[in-house]
Design a protein around this ligand. Structure first.
Ligand SMILES: NC(=O)c1ccc[n+]([C@@H]2O[C@H](COP(=O)([O-])OP(=O)(O)OC[C@H]3O[C@@H](n4cnc5c(N)ncnc54)[C@H](OP(=O)(O)O)[C@@H]3O)[C@@H](O)[C@H]2O)c1
Length: 243
């Protein structure tokens, strides 16, 4: 997919992968709409990126997701790429009873929100001659890290969903990408004291280069760096049951 002069909305654009991807897409000459749930951070993003649009939206809130889609499609009729990047990662000790509210927050953020946002934009995207839905999953979708079990399960669910979404949209103008990151140094899990000092981290710039390359070369399922090792073989079976 050509990555200049597109109109691109990205969630979770106030830090980490989302912020760096938004910044690179902005540099490449796209109209970027950066979404986040913290107005101060959004203001900083706008200040540092002249011309970038920002929008406040907590993606766990059903009405805020609907408002975002209505606002974006009304004000940016050329919008043709939606990147579901926002996500959280929490630790759970499964030898104890778990807090169901905490589990629900992770399920809603990482699974329900990208599914619902994709559906809210889908009619608009299909009216564009070229369009893309991009979902950010994780290498942990394939090989779980047991200390963050709900996170891994949500990313496995999102991966599965991408396969069906891509298949159902195969005869439309909407391409479905899944970006599968390896460990990259960000704030992910920090709210829950996750210590990533033992993780082998891919440098952010190298990671963003690989994401841009995947989008430009229509690599619809892009397992980047070490994430590729975590992925299982299953393409042939998918093709068998989905003729
Ligand atoms: N970093 C890695 O090693 C890694 C590996 C595999 C996959 N990923 C995936 O990459 C994506 C980006 O994560 P990251 O590593 O860049 O983490 P991050 O630095 O924590 O960024 C996550 C972003 O999502 C936003 N967000 C979280 N909950 C939200 C909500 N309810 N509404 C709106 N925005 C919300 C955060 O906003 P706040 O700052 O307000 O919380 C932040 O802007 C996630 O989907 C993650 O699962 C990351």
């Amino acid at each position: 997919m050509n990555l200049t002069q597109q109109t691109i909305l990205i969630t979770g654009a106030t830090s980490g992968i989302g912020l760096h991807l938004a910044s690179r897409l902005h540099q490449l000459g796209n109209q970027v709409i950066a979404c986040g749930r913290n107005q101060q951070q959004l203001d900083q993003v706008a200040t540092e990126h002249a011309g970038m649009i920002t929008y406040l939206c907590d993606i766990t809130d059903d009405s805020q997701r609907r408002d975002l889609a209505n606002w974006a499609t009304t004000h940016y009729p050329t919008l043709n790429m939606v990147i579901n990047n926002a996500g959280i990662m929490q630790q759970f000790d499964l030898t104890q009873s778990v807090d169901s509210t905490k589990v629900m927050t992770e399920l809603v953020t990482n699974v329900l929100a990208p599914i619902h946002l994709g559906s809210l934009f889908i009619e608009h995207l299909q009216r564009q001659s070229v369009a893309a839905l991009v979902n950010v999953s994780s290498g942990l979708a394939f090989t779980p890290l047991a200390s963050v079990p709900v996170y891994c399960a949500t990313k496995a669910a999102l991966h599965s969903f991408c396969l069906s979404q891509r298949h159902q949209l195969r005869n439309t103008s909407v391409r479905v990408f899944e970006i599968i990151p390896p460990a990259v140094g960000t704030n992910l899990g920090h709210q829950d004291d996750y210590d990533n000092s033992k993780d082998e981290l891919m440098p952010m710039n190298d990671f963003i280069d690989a994401v841009i390359n995947a989008l430009q070369t229509d690599t619809y399922e892009a397992a980047i760096g070490a994430a590729d090792y975590l992925r299982q073989e299953r393409d042939a079976v998918f093709d068998l049951i989905n003729p």
